[in-house]
Design a binder for this molecule. Structure first.
Ligand SMILES: Nc1ncnc2c1ncn2[C@@H]1O[C@H](COP(=O)(O)OP(=O)(O)OP(=O)(O)O)[C@@H](O)[C@H]1O
Length: 493
């Protein structure tokens, strides 16, 4: 049994009861900082080590990579690295959905074009295929157990590859996580896939814990129902105020209904441990009661991080704020190169990685090791040039002439558009001032800092002045940002 700063001896009675509840269906609801991740980590370990002869896996999932990583780190810290040796695992929900799809393909319940049973699953097509904005979108559907490519007419234009490129890539065994969801959704309309997945859970997963459960959409809820029939334990953990994935179909109200109709034993954690002083605790209580509030003003240097709804807002704020992602909007290869440059700067100045570094490496088709060896000198030279006030246009040309020798994707774009505005924004951050990281509200979820500054939009300020409404997606995102600080939350002036 672990002990120590986050160990079991320090838990409140409410947390302890939630951790070791013997009920097969447990729901833990709590406000920010009251120990949802702590309880998830402890319950994971308890299930992992209390039935050593049961060969089925103990699995925990969360929605974002950063939240998943946070949970995995805490589990390893409390229970040791053996707690997550195969088949036990802590992965994103997307990874679990891939496992389910691969299971159906492997056992012939579902057939992929070209007969593939293993797939390369991408985060987005943008990193590997040319995409264009339009309303006709290629998608995957399921017809009598066969995955097929179709097109759908959407009400709004979105970016996607052409139907021909899409079809070819799918036949080659490639797809995105969205396509995995489409194929699973299609498959689950048939009874054979549902039965196959219930027996997958029965035979392979003893306990499933879902963190941040209010980010779940209809398909996710359907998968939880299958897990409910198959696993010995299903634990759902979340806070309806912190649901952020409405744009991906999350419906917090539907999740609440599902939980109350499906016989879960509820546990509420009332005490928050994040607030390091009475004022912060008082402010956070007011926020939750939907009461009006204003934030004290402050500068970037008064905070450990600056948060805003959008990256663009952060780039447009104080130049001492270094946002951890950059989107120049002039092409995918340009975006990837700017991300590599940004990553050099964030590593040097903050010891942190740029958020979309992985996507940039996929777009350029290079391994992470190449960054530290082959590409590093070119990137460092570009940064030195930017620091020396050389015009961005010249810096860019020199950089891509150099990179073109070792990265074919760059050679193909040598005469493409130049991300001059993005380079100018990077240049602005290369003075002597100490930099503070900038993150979106979404990226801040599940994390905590001593002091947080928020770049409020006019809409944010008036929402705060009236009191936040958890039924509104923007208010929930703002709420997540407002509840990250231990000692103080400021409005960035
Ligand atoms: N019983 C406890 N005693 C002392 N500290 C605790 C206790 N429970 C949790 N904490 C600490 O409080 C902080 C917040 O806990 P945790 O991250 O688990 O909360 P959370 O509910 O997941 O927060 P959020 O929803 O905002 O992400 C962490 O630093 C954690 O170590």
């Amino acid at each position: 049994m672990p002990s120590g700063s986050n160990g079991i001896r320090t838990l409140t009675p409410q947390q302890l009861t939630a951790c070791d509840s013997p009920q097969p269906r447990v729901y833990v609801e709590a406000a920010p900082g009251s120990g949802k991740t702590t309880v998830s980590a402890l319950r994971f370990g308890l299930h992992r080590f209390t039935a050593p002869t049961d060969r089925r896996a103990v699995v925990a999932v969360s929605f974002t990579r950063s939240a998943t990583e946070e949970l995995r780190t805490r589990v390893i810290r409390q229970w040791g690295p053996s707690s997550v040796t195969w088949p036990h695992r802590i992965v994103t929900l997307d990874t679990l959905l891939c496992d389910l799809l691969f299971h159906l393909l492997h056992y012939g319940v579902l057939h992929w074009p070209g007969g593939h049973t293993e797939l390369e699953v991408l985060d987005t097509w943008r990193t590997t295929l040319p995409t264009k904005s339009g309303r006709i979108r290629p998608v995957l559907q399921v017809d009598k157990g066969q995955v097929v490519v179709r097109t759908v007419n959407e009400s709004q234009s979105t970016s996607h590859p052409s139907a021909t490129d899409f079809k070819r890539a799918v036949s080659d065994g490639r797809c995105t996580h969205d396509n995995v969801r489409e194929a699973l959704q299609g498959a689950l309309t048939g009874n054979s896939a549902r039965q196959a997945l219930i027996s997958y859970f029965e035979c392979n997963v003893r306990s499933l814990t879902v963190d941040e459960v209010f980010d779940a959409n209809d398909l996710d809820r359907d998968v939880f129902s299958l897990a409910l029939s198959g696993c010995s334990f299903l634990t759902l953990v979340g806070d309806p105020w912190q649901a952020l994935y409405q744009f991906r179909g999350a419906r917090p109200a539907a999740m609440k209904e599902y939980i109350s109709e499906s016989g879960f034993t509820p546990h509420h954690l009332d005490e928050s441990f994040r607030w390091g002083n009475d004022r912060q605790a008082w402010l956070m209580r007011r926020l939750r009661r939907r009461m009006p509030m204003t934030l004290p003003p402050g500068s970037a240097h008064d905070a450990d991080v600056v948060l805003a709804h959008r990256w663009k807002t952060l780039w447009g704020s104080d130049p001492r704020v270094l946002p951890l992602a950059i989107k120049p909007g002039v092409g995918q290869v340009q975006e990837a190169i700017c991300t590599l440059l940004l990553n050099e700067i964030t590593q040097n100045a903050l010891g942190q990685q740029a958020v979309f570094l992985h996507d940039a490496l996929v777009t350029l088709n290079i391994e992470k090791e190449a960054l530290a060896t082959t590409l590093h000198p070119y990137l460092q030279t570009a940064i030195t040039h930017l620091k020396s006030a050389i015009p961005p246009s010249l810096v860019w040309q020199t950089l891509i002439d150099g990179l073109a020798h070792c990265v074919p994707a760059v050679a193909a774009q040598q005469h493409g558009r130049k991300p001059l505005r993005a380079l100018a924004l990077l240049q602005l951050r290369l003075g002597d001032a100490e930099l503070v990281p900038g993150l979106t509200c979404h990226q801040s979820k599940g994390r905590e800092w001593n002091k947080v500054a928020i770049k409020l939009s006019e809409a944010d300020a008036s929402a705060l002045a009236l009191g936040l409404d958890p039924a509104q997606a923007d208010h929930r995102a703002l709420y997540v940002a407002l509840t990250r600080a231990r000692f103080g939350t400021l409005a960035l002036t």
